[in-house]
Ligand binder design. Structure first.
Ligand code: NAD
Length: 483
């Protein structure tokens, strides 16, 4: 990951992963050399932006939300062409971004510290939330619109200047985010987009001494490296990373509801969500009926270009991701695991120029199998049988990730025990593992997250520092009684 060995590609051709002859454009790539001037510009912009009252900063996001809603269809089309998810999923992501803008717009009124009674007479004791300065935001390709919004939004309303490095595969949506914010009144230099490779631009941002904080989302491998390098220069850092999200199904669950939720959590957005379901940990008394129902859902899914109506499952994002997912499937077969459905690339007819794979279900998977432990990031489900809730908890907690999980059950005490003991940042009950809401913290533990949550008040807090103030308003000299 060293800067010196990084390729200096200046242009990347942005193509639709459902049809690689559909070219969205050529995107000029920044390099490490562009980071220094960007940081200098951001420092200048920060000095002015921090003085804009926070409610006014929030209003910029409010206007960006309105513009986003008005252009949701156009933005969704671009998102589908750039990342591949279906138009319905893309529209959902665009609207999620608008809601996040709306939430963080309101934070302009709420952000602040607190007052506490002082031990000293005539003393006002309070804390202030202040911006950090120049911050870097590094985003993945799978939520090319919502990720830039949910990181840049709080950073901006808190009064920082932001340098956003989007994933190399999906720079256009990030650029749209910046364009909309500028149209909404964001001054020049407060948000700069630097498209470029992680090893080049990403490294340079993480290592820059004037970048006060790094908010990273991506794989655990890269996130671990970002975390370590930021720590070396004592920079603030948050890393939201991969997941291996399990759904537990108990015998008293409604199997139709569970199967529908598991299918949508596994195959929705082609499994390319950090919160996607990839393990189903089912009680052995109901595993057969549950499997039949999930397989029936999988077989009904229509695979193709997400721009077309009636399509349920779009492509994987690129050739690399396709070969990675097919590699996991092939590896599972070599391990002797049994397929209930799927398992092949789809390349006939309209799918011949894209990166499609069938919705895939493996059954009787041992918890130690590779597809039961590693993040596949494709429409692949591993089904594991257990005999009790505690066994289900052991399997669910036996992966190194800790992002999201779900339980389908009726017994309240079993559900509460699961909520209490499962090692994740987000738990769902009788609903799929996916998704988040602007007003509640989002993120994981263990290999899935470190350094603080995103969204909600916590998402804003990361982009601020607290300053405690001891204000003796008599102005007369006296001894401090505080030790
Ligand atoms: P990735 O780790 O390959 O890349 C993420 C970002 O980091 C990209 O912008 C990339 O260019 C940049 N990067 C790469 N090397 C870098 C370096 N040395 N220094 C700094 N930046 C560098 O991840 P991806 O393939 O784009 O995204 C998929 C991953 O993201 C999955 O693991 C998924 O689970 C995870 N993800 C997590 C969340 C979450 O909130 N937990 C949300 C979405 C995606």
């Amino acid at each position: 990951m060293s800067t010196s060995s990084a390729p200096r590609t200046r242009v990347v051709v942005d193509v639709n992963p459902a049809d690689t002859t559909d070219v969205l454009g050529e995107v000029h790539q920044a390099t490490a050399a562009d980071v220094e001037p960007a940081v200098a510009r951001a420092k200048g912009a920060f000095e002015k932006w921090r003085d804009v009252p926070a409610p006014e900063r929030g209003r910029v996001l409010g206007r960006a939300a309105a513009i986003t809603r008005a252009r949701a269809d156009e933005l969704a089309r671009l998102l589908t062409r750039e990342e591949g998810k279906t138009l319905a999923d893309a529209r959902g992501e665009i609207i999620r971004g608008a809601v996040l803008f709306e939430w963080f717009a309101g934070e302009g009124f709420r952000m602040g510290g607190r007052t506490r009674p002082s031990e000293m007479p005539s003393t006002l004791l309070f804390s202030l939330r202040q911006p950090l300065g120049v911050v870097a935001v590094i985003t993945p390709w799978n939520f090319p619109w919502a990720e830039p919004v949910w990181k840049a939004g709080p950073a901006i309303v808190a009064g920082n200047a932001v340098i956003l490095k989007p994933a190399t595969l999906t720079p256009l949506l990030a650029q749209r985010c910046a364009d909309i914010l500028r149209e909404a009144g964001l001054p020049d230099g407060v948000l700069q987009v630097l498209p470029g490779s992680g090893a080049d631009v990403g490294d340079a941002l993480v290592d820059h001494p004037d970048v006060r904080a790094i908010s990273f989302t991506g794989s655990s491998a890269v996130g671990g490296d970002v975390y370590a390098r930021a720590a070396r220069r004592i920079a603030k850092v948050t890393c939201e990373m991969g997941g291996k999200n399990a759904v537990v199904v108990m015998p008293d669950a409604d199997l139709d509801v569970a199967a529908a939720g598991i299918a949508s959590g596994t195959f929705g957005s082609t499994g390319q969500r950090c919160t996607a379901t990839s393990l189903c940990v089912a009680h052995r008394d109901i595993v057969k009926g549950l499997t039949e129902r999930i397989v029936a859902h999988a077989k009904k899914l229509r695979i193709g270009n997400g721009l077309e109506s009636g399509i349920d499952l779009g492509p994987l994002v690129d050739a690399h991701q396709l070969s990675s997912v097919l590699g996991y499937i092939e590896g599972a077969r070599r391990e002797g695991l049994q397929l209930a459905t799927g398992g092949r690339r789809v390349s006939d007819g309209a799918c011949e120029r894209g990166f499609f794979v069938e919705p895939t279900v493996f059954i009787d998977v041992p918890p130690s199998a590779r597809i039961a432990q590693e993040e596949v990031f494709g429409p692949v489900l591993a089904m594991i049988q257990v005999g009790s809730l505690d066994e289900a908890l052991a399997v669910t907690n036996g992966v190194r990730y800790g992002l999201s999980s779900s339980i389908y059950a009726s017994d309240a005490s079993a559900i509460m025990r699961f909520i209490d003991r499962v090692e994740v940042g987000m738990v769902h009950v009788n609903s799929p593992t996916v998704g988040g809401e602007a007003q509640i913290p989002f993120g994981g533990i263990k290999w899935s997250g470190v350094g603080g949550r995103e969204m909600a008040e916590e998402g804003l807090e990361f982009f601020t520092e607290l300053k405690s103030v001891f204000f003796d308003y008599t102005g007369r000299a006296r001894d401090s009684k505080i030790y």
